[in-house]
Structures are given as structure tokens and as C-alpha cells.
Design a protein. Structure first.
Length: 62
């Protein structure tokens, strides 16, 4: 096998590995974004429920 063919195959392999690494990093970033969005949504939901309950609790305690 000629050296130029080996070099071409090595270059293709490096490109494929780099592309796979980028895809892995993007999927990791996507899962982090989904997790942080769901945590943020949960916190907002708790704050909203607390805001709705606050006047009710004031009426009960008055």
C-alpha cells in the first residue's frame, strides 16, 4: 500500500474522529441545557405556587 494512500486514510480517520467528538460534545451540551432548563422550570414553579399561596396564608392567619 503506497504511503500516500495510508496518509489519506489516516486523514479521513482523524476527520471522522473529530466529527464524532464534536457530536459527543454537542449532545453533552444539549443534555446539560435540558437539565438546567428543567431545574429552572421547577424553581419557577415552586416560586409561583408560593406566590399564589401567600395571600391565602395571610387570609387564614388574619
Amino acid at each position: 500500500m503506497p504511503a500516500s494512500q495510508i496518509q489519506a486514510r489516516a486523514k479521513l480517520l482523524r476527520l471522522a474522529l473529530a466529527k464524532f467528538d464534536v457530536i459527543q460534545q454537542l449532545s453533552t451540551l444539549k443534555s446539560w441545557l435540558i437539565a438546567s432548563a428543567s431545574i429552572t422550570g421547577f424553581v419557577v414553579w415552586i416560586v409561583m405556587i408560593a406566590g399564589l399561596l401567600h395571600p391565602v396564608l395571610e387570609l387564614i392567619s388574619a
